[in-house]
Write a protein that binds this ligand. Structure first.
Ligand SMILES: Nc1nc2c(ncn2[C@@H]2O[C@H](COP(=O)(O)OP(=O)(O)OP(=O)(O)O)[C@@H](O)[C@H]2O)c(=O)[nH]1
Ligand SMILES: [Mg+2]
Length: 334
């Protein structure tokens, strides 16, 4: 087969013009030469500067490209909004969001996901894993940095030990009011059977409004909603009463969704494999008594190497909604 370019004469000329009036010569064509990166390298190294042209097919590829382009635009506008975000009241410099949920529901992974989007690369600062008891054993208040050398953004994500249906395992229920009020210091070593006391040397005795939790996110694995034991549901109800008594805003975050992009666009059709459905989301919202408009789905970064604009968009959208819900809390203050 002849080694001739697929570019039309005018495409070739405009490419040459774009590159600074150079003259192009075809060195390698994957349909003629061996179609692997090594043979391409062999043909093209020790040559003058080279240009690689990749043709994408029509159909699925076009849909994929338009999906990624749309998501990238949306992601970038959410990033701009969150980078310039300021709490609506002067007396609170930053919003604190607490993640509460069963062991292994994806709380720490969500924090890593948010941090990653702002860093522009995947970071795994919060320890993540799978065990019957919680992997997270310290109470952590994570700041979010805009880029590796950027400023800190005015919101923090608070990570805690996972809840467990058994007493004496997982986050101690008596710790929750102290966390909500802002008495618990960063890096406090949680003890499932012994709550923090005001005698602890780092106990924050007189927390101000800025130290307290402004929004609680109940985090649940969407695939295990129907497996929640009655004891766990009872624990949630107890926590919700507590949260309500402090007038703290709350949202429900459903993790491990499988088709976030589609859900995000309100597209629940065209599902040829078992995927997260609208009814799963509605069941979870009813079970925890959190309105559907404050119920969000997310697919955290877990084993990926690179960021994905569709995932980024979903993660930033959820974060933006959490901040909006927290702002409603301030509006309601006496
Ligand atoms: N597929 C998938 N896996 C997830 C997602 N989020 C978390 N995981 C996985 O679920 C497991 C638990 O995640 P963690 O982030 O450690 O959960 P956690 O709620 O912090 O758990 P504890 O600290 O033990 O209470 C890990 O193996 C994660 O990789 C998600 O959205 N999708
Ligand atoms: Mg954790």
């Amino acid at each position: 087969m002849a080694v001739v370019t697929r570019l039309t004469w005018s495409e070739e000329k405009s490419l040459e013009k774009m590159l600074g009036n150079v003259s192009l010569r075809l060195l390698y064509k994957s349909s003629v030469h061996e179609s692997d990166i090594h043979s391409m390298n062999e043909k093209c190294t020790h040559q003058r500067p080279t240009v690689t042209i990749i043709y994408v097919g029509i159909g699925d590829d076009i849909n994929y490209i338009s999906k990624i382009t749309g998501a990238t635009k949306h992601r970038n506008s959410l990033l701009v909004e969150l980078r310039t975000y300021k709490p609506c009241v002067d007396f609170v410099s930053e919003i604190r969001i607490l993640l509460l949920g069963p062991v292994g529901s994806g709380k720490s992974s969500f924090i890593n996901s948010v941090k990653s989007v702002f860093q522009g690369r995947l970071t795994r600062q919060a320890t993540v894993g799978s065990d019957v008891t919680s992997i997270t054993e310290q109470y952590r208040i994570y700041p979010i940095k805009d880029g590796r050398h950027g400023k800190y953004l005015p919101f923090r994500l608070c990570d805690s030990m996972g809840l467990h249906e058994k007493e004496g395992v997982g986050l101690c229920m008596d710790d929750i009011p102290y966390i909500l009020k802002g008495c618990m210091p960063d890096r406090y070593q949680l003890n499932p059977s012994r709550p923090i006391t005001p005698n602890h040397p780092n106990f924050i005795a007189s927390p101000s409004l800025k130290d307290r939790i402004h929004c609680v996110a109940y985090v649940l694995d969407i695939n295990s909603i129907n497996d929640l034991s009655s004891k766990m549901v009872a624990k949630f109800q107890q926590i919700q009463k507590e949260v309500l008594s402090y007038d703290t805003a709350c949202v429900l975050l459903l993790t491990k969704a499988t088709n976030c992009g589609e859900i995000f666009q309100g597209n629940f059709s065209n599902m040829d494999k078992p995927m997260t459905s609208q009814s799963q989301i509605m069941d979870a919202s009813k079970m925890l008594n959190v309105p559907i408009y404050n119920t969000f789905v997310v697919e955290n970064y877990t084993s990926e190497w690179e960021l994905d604009p569709v995932k980024d968009t979903q993660i930033l959208f959820v974060l933006r909604q959490m901040l909006r819900v927290a702002e409603d809390f301030f509006e309601d203050l006496p």
